[in-house]
Design a protein around this ligand. Sequence first.
Ligand code: ZN
Length: 284
Amino acid sequence: MNKICPICNGVLAPGIQAWHFKCMTCRYEKSDLQPTINDFSSHELINESDRETGLHQIRRSNFNKLINTISHIGNSGKTLVDVGCAHGWFVEAAMKKFDVLGIEPDEAVFRSTTAKGLPVRKGYFPDALEQSETFDVVVFNDVIEHIPDIDNVLRACHERLNKGGLLVLNLPSSDGFFYRLSKLFCRTGKIGFFERLWQKNLPSPHVHYFNSKNLSRLLTNKQFTIIKSGTLPTLGLDGLYTRISYTGKLGTLSKVFIYCAIAVALPFLRLLPSDIIYIVAKKT
Ligand SMILES: [Zn+2]
């Protein structure tokens, strides 16, 4: 694995697990976890339909906020590509304001999204695109943190954006309360939560953990200008129980206990640093 920080070129130091690394200068974090996308065995670990229902409410509300933000910047009615569009929730919401295309590499997910009649193409970005295809907006919702070659993908974004086009990234933040809590647990030997946030042993684990500051610096290095950045809520009550259930390893009592604890704490948790950030950047 390349042990050089993609943001500040510092040497990455060992992290808190054998597969985890961090930059002591800009606080970027990296893993060498391997993807197993389209590998049937890891798909069995998660209940795909539970996962879909559990995440839907909070994602849909966050997607609407993002779409409003982008259209206020003045790119509505134009072409948009949603990279790694999964079940097509963002594509569906964005279709009201943009001319949308989704791209999805996972065969099973691609088939179910196409069956809903949504405009999706199978494959990876940018290989799934025609040579001459360009867009006004390129969106990555919980996707960029899964892509090992970050330099190449940002270069492709720059190439595939029209003049003044927008790159929109929505992703987990290493400044988030839950992520920091998971590191604290991990240091005391309870590694499950930390592994879960990196999506270890799931079909497509995370390879990067950014925060707003180091990600902005990376985008500036790659010829983008930051237009807007902010946070989105991590948790809502709708779909929370299904979401707690979806890795399938917890007993019912534990699930109920976790649900109640989160429900009671929710108003306070909203005051803490969010685990989801977004950045809207313009092609310079
Ligand atoms: Zn660094």
